[in-house]
Design a protein. Structure first.
Length: 196
C-alpha cells in the first residue's frame, strides 16, 4: 500500500520518498507554471503579515525549472502582475532582488532534491528575504537613522514578521509539492475515465 504523498513529503522518509522526489524533479514545466500562478493568486486572499507564498514561489522555481531563465521569468512576472493589482511600494526592488537571489541559489541548492535540501532551501529563503527586505526598509524609509544603529533597529522591528515568513515558506512549499505530486494520480484517473 502506497503511503499518502503528504506524509512522505512531511516525514522525508519511507520506501516511496526517493520515488516521490524523482517524480517531483520530472514534473512538466506547464504544471510548475500553473502552481506558480496559483501561488501568486493566493496573495489576494487575506492573510497575516508576511504569510505569503513569495518564498515558496522562488524556492520551487529555482529547484524545479530546468532552465534558469524560465525559473526567473515565471515567478517574477507573476509577482509583478500581482503587485500591479495589489499596489506598488518603495521596497519592491529589494523584494525582487531577494526573490532573484533565492531562485538562483535554489537552482543549485536543490540540484539533488530531498527533504534535507528542501528544508535548507526554506530556511535559506526566509533568511535572505528577511535580511534584504529589512535592509531595504532601513534604506528607503526615514523611520530609522541611516547608521549602524538604525539598521539594527530595522532588523529588530522585522523580527515579529520572520516567524510568519518561515511558516509561510514551509506551508506553501509543502502544499505546492503535494499538489504537484498529486498530478500523476489525477492524470492516470482521467486517462482511465476517458478510456471507458
Amino acid at each position: 500500500m502506497e503511503m499518502p504523498v503528504v506524509y512522505v513529503v512531511l516525514l522525508g522518509y519511507g520506501p516511496q520518498h526517493r520515488t516521490y522526489m524523482q517524480r517531483l524533479e520530472n514534473i512538466q514545466w506547464q504544471w510548475i507554471c500553473a502552481v506558480i500562478v496559483l501561488l501568486a493568486l493566493s496573495r489576494f486572499i487575506p492573510h497575516p503579515p508576511n504569510f505569503t507564498p513569495i518564498g515558496a514561489m522562488a524556492i520551487l522555481s529555482g529547484g524545479l525549472f530546468k532552465s534558469v531563465r524560465m525559473g526567473l521569468i515565471m515567478p517574477l512576472t507573476a509577482m509583478l502582475l500581482s503587485d500591479l493589482v495589489l499596489g506598488l511600494h518603495s521596497t519592491m526592488l529589494f523584494v525582487y532582488v531577494s526573490i532573484t537571489i533565492i531562485i538562483l541559489s535554489c537552482h543549485y541548492l536543490l540540484h539533488t532534491l530531498n527533504l534535507l535540501s528542501l528544508s535548507f532551501a526554506v530556511v535559506f529563503a526566509t533568511a535572505v528575504f528577511f535580511l534584504i527586505t529589512n535592509f531595504g526598509a532601513w534604506l528607503s524609509h526615514d523611520i530609522y537613522p541611516h547608521n549602524a544603529q538604525g539598521l539594527w533597529l530595522a532588523y529588530i522591528a522585522g523580527l515579529p514578521f520572520l516567524l510568519n515568513s518561515l511558516l509561510a515558506n514551509i506551508v506553501f512549499t509543502i502544499t505546492a509539492c503535494v499538489a504537484l505530486l498529486s498530478l500523476k494520480p489525477i492524470k492516470e484517473s482521467l486517462s482511465e475515465t476517458y478510456k471507458t
